[in-house]
Design a protein around this ligand. Structure first.
Ligand code: NAI
Length: 342
């Protein structure tokens, strides 16, 4: 067997942490051949919950799980870590202004970025799940610079991507796996742009057709497709988190953990066949997104980190939606800069 991979989960006493750790320990994220060492980071109030989860992990007797540490010290949690999943964050509470939320999270993700730079493995990969995820990733990356290259930091938009695929599969009455090349652009927020203009659907053994054409057949024409995309699909994907809270009475947890696992698995093992997925990564100016912002793009991996799929045509409607979400990311960055964090 290979040497163990160390995976650090922050917020290990929280809901997503609980939904993540058993699947990681069972091999769902890194495959059946890689032994895993788990480190759970919590704040003092969350330690008991994380310690209890660690007891349950022991009771699963997972063959791949080498050991579990629970700590409230970031330098211990990130020591030698290969994969850091930053889930714990400060939630927005009633009456909290956006600037306060950004500041509170800067106080978490700044020090965690510094700790990662100080003690993590040289090849560490970081995914930020805790909201506001894109800007938290920006803060962590800036705090880890120059020791850790910024492209090691990503933020999770795979849940939005998977939600978009799920909606298309339902309408087209196909399996989710039949749909390729959906893209989430921009911020993990209601301003995101779920884009189907390059997506295809399997129609035969090797044949595929553009999703927009398949939608036109099903919905009765191109005009109906536009209306459905603008009035139903895009808002439903962008506001799915609120829908889950309304129906389930509690936030998305298992689906968020599942998306985080998909994100890391594809980054570490490669994206399947020739299609792409979505992740928020540090822009170098691709598609007109200002360099340095952590924005969602179409991405591929060959097993060594995400790279942006370049050269896609962006029409005027798409351009306007991408620009609107990027404007929100710029505003978040500027607010954090004004706080003196960046
Ligand atoms: P939760 O409240 O159940 O758990 C969060 C845990 O983080 C708590 O146990 C808390 O003690 C811990 N924590 C807080 N500050 C910490 C710190 N400085 N270091 C270590 N641990 C810390 O929340 P849940 O449901 O697990 O969600 C976690 C985050 O994920 C939230 O910010 C949520 O908005 C976000 N989220 C992001 C999604 C995405 O697609 N990017 C999807 C769903 C949720």
């Amino acid at each position: 067997a290979s040497a163990p991979t160390t995976v650090t989960i922050t917020g290990g006493g929280g809901q997503i942490g609980y939904a993540l750790m058993f699947r990681i320990a069972a091999g769902d994220m890194l495959g059946p051949d890689r032994p895993v060492r788990l480190r759970l980071l919590e704040i003092p109030q969350g330690m008991k919950a994380a310690e209890g989860a660690a007891l349950e992990l022991q009771d699963c007797a997972f063959p791949q799980l080498v050991d579990v540490d629970v700590t409230d010290d970031p330098l211990t949690a990130f020591n030698g870590t290969h994969i850091a999943m930053l889930v714990g964050a400060r939630p927005r509470t009633a009456g909290m202004e956006r600037a306060d939320l950004l500041a509170a999270n800067a106080g978490i993700f700044g020090p965690q970025g510094k700790a990662i730079a100080a003690v993590a493995d040289d090849d560490v990969r970081v995914v930020v799940v805790g909201n506001p995820a894109n800007t938290n990733a920006l803060i962590a990356a800036a705090s880890a610079a120059p020791h850790v290259p910024a492209d090691r930091f990503t933020a999770l938009t795979r849940l939005d991507h998977n939600r978009a695929v799920g909606q298309l599969a339902e309408v087209l009455q196909v399996a989710p796996d039949d749909i390729d090349d959906v893209t989430i652009w921009g911020n993990h927020s209601a301003s995101q742009f779920p884009d189907v203009s390059h997506a295809t659907v399997r129609t035969g053994l090797v044949e595929r057709m553009p999703v927009v054409e398949a939608l036109a057949e099903r919905l009765g024409g191109a005009a109906q497709v536009r209306t459905w995309l603008d009035d139903t699909f895009i808002p439903r994907v962008a506001k799915r988190g609120a829908e889950i809270i309304e129906v389930r009475g509690s936030s998305s947890v298992a689906s968020a953990a599942n998306a985080a696992i998909d994100h890391v698995r594809d980054e570490q093992l490669g994206t399947p066949h020739r299609s792409w997925t979505s992740a928020a990564v540090v822009s170098r100016g691709e598609y007109g997104v200002p360099a340095g912002l952590v924005s969602s793009f179409p991405v591929r991996s060959h097993g060594d980190g995400y790279e942006i799929v370049e050269g896609l045509d962006i029409d005027a409607r798409a351009r306007a939606r991408i620009d609107a979400s990027v404007a929100e990311l710029i505003a978040e960055r500027d607010a954090v800069t004004a706080l003196g964090v960046l």
